[in-house]
Design a protein around this ligand. Sequence first.
Ligand SMILES: [Zn+2]
Length: 145
Amino acid sequence: MATVIKNAWVETTTEYRREFERVDESGEQTGSGASFPCDPVTGEPLFAELHPNAIENYYHYLKLVAEGKALDMGAVTRRNSYRHPAVIECARCHSQVELDDAFLSTCGKCGADYDGSGQLLAPREQWGEETGETLGDIFCGGQDN
Ligand SMILES: [Zn+2]
């Protein structure tokens, strides 16, 4: 087993968006709309962060709300989670390897292959020896193309 430099971890971010949803003539939400980064308390868009086109779009949506063509959902809290992969030390060359794939991660320096748990795999020329598969079979999941 390779030396773990950093375990996988999940980063969660929170952002506040002023959201607008379009509605059709009968008042049904259409599933489209727009959102803008905003102050969580006032719901006021963070104009300093917005491109001029986005600011123009924000005022366009306020107009749509006034016309009954969109709903103002106010400040909506959005939480996003992002998984950072574990990092191991390559058993061969001591470079850092991110285990960013469940099945195969390759050292960028020496080409050593690891499975998702950080186990060093046999050299690729040995892959399929026991099953008669080629590397192409293995990488394509055995699908006929
Ligand atoms: Zn390596």
